[in-house]
Design a protein around this ligand. Structure first.
Ligand code: ATP
Ligand code: MG
Length: 273
């Protein structure tokens, strides 16, 4: 930390000493991290390190055996995922979770309506005649998300007809349509080609810059993590083994040994994937 006297902004979200056990496996072992406003925080580590488990605790789908989760300064440890979504939390899943019968546009419109609470969401979903007519602001927001993720040309298609990569883009667009203040992204580039990954990176940057969204990014693509994140945490066997700026993470010997693999570790300042 520098000696500058400015008081840092309180985190949007944080967890303290979170532990999750599955039988004899300690999937997450006393992990603390915080997500400042309008920032991108990376969470990396080898397979089985506990990243998705920590996401489940943060999003409210799993209860920790120990530790606390705070959202905007309020303890939400015992609250549901729905409650946290109402507070402004959204997430995407490692394996996309979508309603395969809805079209791409319907997915994004529905998420937008949930966030703006302007309609009876569930009747919208179950009405055979389809959706209530959209207002102008809604159309503009949904169109801009469709364009940003290059989904306009498939907007009328059911999600079931899409490739894995496109389905993931729909899931990301849907999460952003909910106008979250914090968005948890579990391997968003998995299944995407290089062009789709570049689009996603651009959309994340814009969400942070223009809307002040905070992102927590789980990602195996280290060049994406080190290029995009303001701060990175590294998990290994459930334990946080390092935290720092991308430059600090590149140089950290524990990370080079445990995660990057010493023989493949990049030279300082060099970014590899
Ligand atoms: N529901 C569960 N029941 C039992 N063990 C689980 C469960 N979920 C995860 N685990 C175990 O907890 C540990 C952490 O798993 P987790 O899925 O959180 O890792 P991850 O870092 O997301 O890995 P990956 O990079 O492969 O997605 C692993 O040992 C895993 O086998
Ligand atoms: Mg995972």
């Amino acid at each position: 930390m520098s000696a500058v006297s400015a008081v840092p902004a309180p985190p949007r979200m944080q967890c303290r000493d979170v532990t999750v056990r599955f039988g004899g496996v300690v999937a997450v072992n006393s992990v603390s991290l915080s997500i400042p406003p309008a920032s991108i925080v990376g969470l990396v580590g080898p397979n089985g390190a506990g990243k998705s488990t920590l996401f489940s605790v943060l999003s409210g789908l799993a209860r920790p055996n120990a530790g606390e989760v705070e959202f905007d300064g309020t303890d939400v440890t015992g609250t549901s995922a729905q409650h946290r979504a109402r507070l402004g939390l959204a997430r995407t899943f490692q394996h996309p979770e979508v309603f395969s019968g809805l079209t791409v546009r319907e997915h994004i419109t529905l998420a937008h309506r949930i966030s703006t609470r302007r309609s009876r969401i569930w009747s919208d979903m179950v009405t055979a005649r389809g959706f209530r007519r959209a207002g102008q602001e809604e159309v503009e927001r949904v169109d801009s998300l469709l364009e940003g993720l290059r989904l306009s040309r498939v907007a009328a298609q059911p999600v079931a007809a899409l490739s894995l990569g496109m389905t993931r883009l729909v899931e990301i667009a849907r999460a952003l349509a909910a106008n979250p203040t914090v968005l948890l992204l579990d391997e968003p580039s998995s299944g995407l080609d290089a062009q789709e990954t570049a689009q996603v990176v651009e959309v994340f940057r814009l969400a942070v810059e223009r809307r002040g969204v905070s992102l927590l990014l789980v990602e195996h693509d280290m060049s994406m993590v080190l290029g995009l994140c303001d701060y990175v945490h590294v998990l290994d066997f459930g334990v946080k083994i390092a935290s720092g700026t991308p430059d600090e993470i590149r140089a950290d010997p524990a990370v080079r040994a445990a995660y990057l693999g010493e023989e493949q570790a990049p030279e300082q300042g060099e970014v590899t994937s």
